[in-house]
Design a protein around this ligand. Structure first.
Ligand code: ADP
Ligand code: MG
Length: 136
């Protein structure tokens, strides 16, 4: 079965919409294989978002992603990656399709409530990064 990673970002936890997001995920037939809450260090957040290093919004993104805990959900479903991206909506909540998680709960292009893997390759990297971290 296809796997993908959903992260509920710090604003999702702060806004008390974790339950609503999990309900949407389950109503859309995703199966929750694993779940974990974690507060990232800067180093951990930078490693997850390594692909964006050097972009103008990188510092803002890392500051935001380390401002509070995140919740990772390992999700299973046929066509999981594409179906979750559809449920999450566009990066900018103001452009996200009505009814999507970001349209409903997002604040702006940085503070957009959730992350979803964008390909099978990034899903494999991100799931391993989030759930199989080595104890240091
Ligand atoms: P997505 O999360 O939709 O895959 P990206 O991979 O392009 O979007 O960006 C990763 C995250 O970086 C976004 O979810 C958002 O939090 C932040 N971000 C992206 N683009 C911008 C931008 N232009 N300005 C500020 N923050 C941004
Ligand atoms: Mg992305």
């Amino acid at each position: 079965m296809d796997k993908t990673l959903l992260l509920i970002k710090p604003d999702g936890v702060e806004k008390r919409v974790v339950g609503k997001i999990i309900s949407m995920v389950e109503e859309n037939k995703f199966y929750i294989k694993d779940i974990k809450m974690k507060k990232w260090s800067r180093e951990e957040a930078e490693g997850f978002y390594y692909i964006h290093k050097g972009k103008p919004f990188f510092e803002r993104l890392i500051n935001f992603m380390t401002s509070g805990p995140v919740i990772g959900l390992l999700l299973e479903k046929e066509n999981a990656v594409n179906d979750l991206r559809k449920l999450v909506g566009k990066t900018n909540p103001k452009e996200a399709e009505p009814g999507t998680i970001r349209a409903l709960f997002g604040t702006n292009v940085t503070v957009n409530t959730v992350h979803a893997s964008d390909s099978e390759e990034s899903a494999a990297f991100e799931i391993n990064y989030f759930f199989n971290e080595q104890e240091s």
